[in-house]
Design a protein around this ligand. Structure first.
Ligand SMILES: [Zn+2]
Length: 216
C-alpha cells in the first residue's frame, strides 16, 4: 500500500500537507489541506494506487475534496483523477496545452489554466508557472510567501531535471523553464517523484539549470 508522510512534521510551513508515495510507476500525490482539500497529481489510478483509502486515512472524505491540480497530463500523474471522479466532484486544473488527451475526458470538471492564473487552496494561493519541456503544458505551482514550489516533473532532488524526449517534450523548453525557476526564491521543492527538498532549494534549481543548459 502507498505510504503517507505528514510533511507538517518536517516543517511548520508544510502543516496540513501530506505526501502519498505512489507504488510502482506512479507520481507523488500531494494533499493540501483537509477541510477543503486539494490533491496535486492523483497518481496513476491503478489497483496498487487506489487514492481514496489514503485520502480517507488523512481525513479527506469525498465531500471535502474540492480541487485537483495536474502538473502535466502523463498517465502516472493524471489517471488517478478518474478514481477521484467516481466519488467526488472537484474542479480539475490542467494547463491548457495539456488538455488534448487524458484531460479531455474530465468533462465539466476540467478547468484550463495558464501562466499568471492563481489557484486557491486551503493552505496557499498557488501561482501557475508554465514550465514546458517535459510536456508542452507542464506547470509548476508556486507560493511566494512560504516559498513553496510544487515542481511536477521539471526539477527534482539532487539537481535532477525532467526528461524532454517524449512526444511533447523539448530540451530547449526545459532549459528555459529551469531558467524561469531560478528567478524564484524557493525554500521547499515538492517534486513529482522522489523526495522533497527542504534545504538548498535555490541551489538545487540553479545546478539543475546549469546541467541542462550545458547540453544545448
Ligand atoms: Zn511525466
Amino acid at each position: 500500500m502507498p505510504r503517507i508522510f505528514d510533511l507538517g512534521k518536517y516543517h511548520e510551513k508544510l502543516t496540513d500537507v501530506h505526501l502519498i508515495i505512489g507504488e510502482g510507476l506512479c507520481s507523488n500525490i500531494y494533499v493540501i489541506g483537509r477541510e477543503e482539500a486539494c490533491v496535486v497529481d492523483p497518481g496513476v489510478g491503478n489497483y496498487a494506487n487506489p487514492v481514496w483509502p489514503q485520502l480517507e486515512e488523512i481525513g479527506v472524505t469525498p465531500d471535502r475534496l474540492r480541487s485537483v491540480i495536474i502538473t502535466h497530463a502523463h498517465h502516472d500523474h493524471a489517471m488517478g483523477a478518474f478514481l477521484i471522479l467516481q466519488k467526488a466532484d472537484p474542479k480539475i486544473f490542467v494547463h491548457t496545452l495539456d488538455t488534448m488527451y487524458i484531460a479531455a475526458r474530465f468533462g465539466p470538471n476540467l478547468v484550463k489554466v495558464e501562466e499568471g492564473n492563481v489557484i486557491e487552496t486551503e493552505r496557499w494561493p498557488l501561482d501557475v508557472i508554465w514550465t514546458p519541456g517535459h510536456t508542452e503544458g507542464g506547470m509548476c505551482l508556486y507560493n511566494p510567501e512560504d516559498k513553496i514550489l510544487i515542481s511536477g516533473d521539471t526539477v527534482f532532488a539532487d539537481a535532477k531535471y525532467g526528461t524532454w524526449y517524449g512526444e511533447s517534450g523539448s530540451l530547449d523548453a526545459m532549459v528555459e523553464s529551469l531558467r524561469k525557476l531560478t528567478m524564484l526564491d524557493v525554500d521547499f521543492i515538492l517534486p513529482g517523484h522522489g523526495a522533497p527538498v527542504f534545504e538548498g532549494s535555490n541551489e538545487n534549481i540553479r545546478t539543475a539549470y546549469d546541467k541542462a543548459s550545458s547540453r544545448i
